[in-house]
Design a protein around this ligand. Structure first.
Ligand code: XUL
Length: 566
């Protein structure tokens, strides 16, 4: 295998999440060199143009459940991000490879002729959003929070011979946010726009279209979140890991959809075109490689060195749980994706819509959140932590389900509180009990559901916690006791962006080694990206007595979910 690149070479990871775009730059030893971010709903120039997306970064129609973000807002933020890195003194000319992580399931609709515009992007002709003004057939991209596709989900399941069959082939039964259902809704409700669209990207692959100035392929792992990709290998001895689209699902979701989606590729693919000459304005070298993008959850799995026996828990805008699966056995529950760092393996994913926003609403005892200063936020989180400190594990038998937003796992929207006697109550005696019921309920749900996906808690297993919520040691204690296992945190809170930078490094080095012919075996991700000592630190171990209390409480929690799931 080739030596790692010279120390002066840099690797850039971009993450386009629901609320912001981030960049993290690492050197060849994966040491942090620079970082920057743009918060869509707070960046003054973006707020002025897209006030409907402030402060959240998206626009929501409560009535229909439709949730979208303006595609051009994302386009503009890429320029802001790069100019911010340059003004911070970063020499982007040292970047040899870039990869991208994107919020999963969201989609972008390129208008016929847009690829010509992408090909012709020119740093002298104005900013990206100016040159791409007319490039989209649909101006507002549906994102993962969208729940307006109930009709399409039902029809897709019928068309593909039922939810179980759809799950067996695509890794999931039909879900509102999954891209195929979003596309089907657009093809049915905006037929002219659908007709005018020549290419559909995921948020992740869309950013690669901007970077390369050409249509970029969808990778297998993010593609598994569409209800469209057949996740089973089908390529024979020459291409053992090849995946293709599911014909029946394509047929239902839209006319000529195979052409509009393009051919999907393994997640480690280096794209045929390097960076577009447009980006010379920031000093990028013309040969800078772009490695296929993937979704934010697959990207976090890559950053966290997840291996068999680990469960990753990310507490963020959405809460997610991901597990490494050697085999795919998808059922009616959760999702199975092609693994982003080993195309022969899989990853299980659970996604909860009640994450940070719900924790904030319980913290502030309100359904209408206000914008607070950093200091006020800090004070309120301290009070929240104090609530956890002042209440015992298992909350004296009080248990609650807080699905303020329509929950995905299970499909339900309700708030239910049971006291120790099993009676339904409208509120608990005090705020501290309320906060503990919320956190314990959220963590118990994650254990119950990951076991249903095939995960087994036991000796040698680890919980790897990430996301904003993982900074709270009291929440980590609850994780250790509920999962009855050690909890580790990653020294970086931005696992999705870091995963993108790691994947850029891997894709680049792999391609270089293969091109040089100095290896007869593939350069596996884990052979190159081994755990850097100190990046994962054990922060919590279970307390036997406390852990024992959760068995019974989990059964009660499960009963509530069973009663209220739609
Ligand atoms: C995963 C999901 C969310 C988004 C958030 O299925 O919908 O985690 O990826 O960015």
């Amino acid at each position: 295998m080739a030596d790692l690149e010279s120390k002066s070479d840099l690797f850039l990871g971009l993450d386009f999440s629901t609320q912001r775009a981030k960049a993290i730059i690492l050197d060849g030893n994966r040491t942090h060199v620079a970082a920057s971010s743009v918060t869509f709903g707070e960046e003054p120039s973006l707020v002025a143009k897209y006030p409907q997306c402030s402060p959240s970064g998206y626009e929501e129609d409560e009535q229909s459940g439709q949730v979208t973000s303006p595609t051009l807002m994302w386009v503009e933020s890429l320029d802001i991000l790069f100019s911010r890195l340059v003004s911070g003194g970063v020499d982007l000319g040292r970047v040899v490879a870039i990869s991208v992580s994107g919020q999963q399931h969201g989609s972008v609709y390129w208008k016929t002729g847009a690829e010509k515009v992408l090909n012709a992007l020119d740093s002298k002709k104005g900013m990206l959003h100016e040159q791409l003004q007319g490039a989209f057939a649909v101006q507002d991209s549906p994102i993962w929070k969208d729940t307006s596709t109930g009709k399409q989900c039902k029809e897709l399941e019928v068309y593909t011979q039922g939810p179980r069959r759809l799950a067996e082939v695509t890794g999931s039964r039909a879900y509102h946010r999954f891209t195929g259902n979003q596309i089907a809704k657009i093809s049915q409700t905006q037929p002219e726009n659908y007709e005018q669209c020549e290419r559909i990207s995921l948020v992740s692959s869309f950013v690669c279209c901007l970077l390369t100035g050409a249509y970029a392929p969808i990778d297998y792992s993010d593609g598994s979140g569409m209800n469209l990709l057949d996740i089973r290998p089908c390529g024979g001895p020459n291409e053992p890991d090849k995946r293709v689209w599911m014909e029946a699902a394509l047929e239902y979701c839209g006319k000529d959809l195979a052409e509009k989606l393009g051919t999907p590729v393994p997640s480690h693919t280096v794209l045929p075109k390097p960076i577009s000459p447009y980006f010379s304005r920031y000093g990028f070298r013309p040969t800078c490689s772009i490695v296929a993008a993937t979704g934010d959850n697959p990207s976090s799995l890559a950053a966290l060195y997840i291996r068999e026996g680990d469960v990753g828990i990310s507490l963020g805008s959405s809460d997610t749980v991901f597990v490494w699966l050697p085999e795919a056995k998808p059922g009616l529950f959760g999702h199975v994706f092609v693994n982003p760092v080993d195309t022969g393996a899989y990853m299980g994913l659970l996604c909860y819509s009640n994450g940070d926003m719900t924790r904030k609403k319980v913290r502030d005892s309100t359904q209408n959140l206000q914008r607070l200063s950093e200091e006020e936020e800090e004070q309120r989180w301290q009070a929240f932590t104090h609530c956890l400190q002042s209440t015992p594990p298992a909350n004296n038998g009080n248990v609650g389900v807080y699905f303020f937003e329509e929950e995905i796992v299970p499909h339900a929207k309700c708030t239910v509180r049971l006291n120790a006697a099993g009676e339904k109550v409208d509120s608990f005696a005090d705020q501290a009990t309320e906060v503990r019921a919320l956190i314990e309920g959220q963590i118990m749900a994650k254990r119950i559901h990951s076991e249903q996906l095939g995960y087994k808690c036991g000796p040698g297993t680890r919980v790897l916690a990430t996301g904003g919520g993982s900074k709270n040691p009291e929440i980590l204690k609850v994780m250790a006791n509920v999962f009855n296992t050690d909890v580790y945190i990653f020294s970086e809170s931005e696992s999705a962006a870091v995963g993108a930078a790691y994947r850029a490094l891997h894709g680049y080095e792999r391609a270089k080694a293969l091109a040089a012919g100095d290896t007869d075996t593939d350069v596996s991700y884990h052979s190159l990206i081994s755990e850097i000592p100190g990046t994962l630190s054990k922060v919590c171990s279970p307390d036997g007595d406390a852990a024992a209390l959760y068995g019974q409480l989990m059964r009660r929690y499960e009963e509530i979910e069973d009663m209220y799931a739609m």
